[in-house]
Ligand binder design. Sequence first.
Ligand code: UDP
Ligand code: MG
Length: 326
Amino acid sequence: MVVQTKEKIDISIIIPVYNEERNIAPLCHLITEQMDGIGREYEVLFIDDGSKDSTFEELGKIAKDNRRVKVISFRRNFGQTAAMMAGFDHARGEIIVALDGDLQNDPKDIPKILDKLEEGYDIVSGWRKSRQDNFILRIIPSKIANWLIGLITGVRLHDYGCSLKAYRAEVIKNIRLYGDMHRFIPALASMAGGKIAEIEVNHLPRKYGNSNYGLSRTLKVILDLIAVKFLLAFSTKPIQLFGLLGLSSVFGGFLFLSLAIFMKIYLNTDMTGNPLLLLSVLLVLLGVQFIGTGLLAEVTVRTYHESQNKPTYLIKQIIDNGKMVE
Ligand code: UDP
Ligand code: MG
């Protein structure tokens, strides 16, 4: 189901909301104030992620009075990443700005972030320099997560978790998101060849409603990070990762086996009672498993790309007959 016609406009603001009844009206007011000031064609797209309070009714009221406001309502709670994905899929804007629906991001930053994008970036990410959240439960874990993500993906940002970001539609529409992966968009976008910038933005404490996340998110982020690293580095050649692990393991296995045989011959150590024998069997088996997994992953990758007609590359521009083709 698509909520609107496909005709393009300048800017889409997308906002995932889950149980934010008291934030909707003031947020909409602040956004309208900023966007009317910019004087470009825009829409505000709310994605109601299966709220259990009166969020949807609030949105309905606003959408009735303000034709720029569009609402997509999920049948149940699918999570912030799915809600953002729906926003990207339905947005008509050449530029898409995402922000939280809890008034923690400041709509006053929207013009600033748009200006930065105009400098020629594909994604501009907000950095909540003075973040207004619980220090132990949120700020410290997020600092560690940001450092790890930067280290592993090679895209260094201070604040991956900040929802306030501006995206060029052509870049974001090529990125598919699964699970809780919206925080990795900059890393995935850089894999797609996007240029990324970061600017400082305001962050305000939550006034109404409760945060939906706690400490457990950090663990999930670390698991997601492993998946993203794999996607970034090996998604078209998984055998190179699994094969390497497998070969090292098999090699280790044979090494320990030789050692056990050597000990038997020269030191007269009983083979069956020697733990090295068990270790070598374990390592060889493990190695074979790794290689098998790598081969299976290779098959999956081929199915993935071919079933969806997804190329293993992204083209920026083509020159044909001396002319640029889109
Ligand atoms: N959100 C959502 N679906 C969820 C959880 C959260 O759409 O399952 C929305 C929420 O309404 C808010 C944004 O995602 O607009 C960020 O959530 P929250 O404020 O709880 O996260 P925090 O700011 O504490 O990291
Ligand atoms: Mg919040």
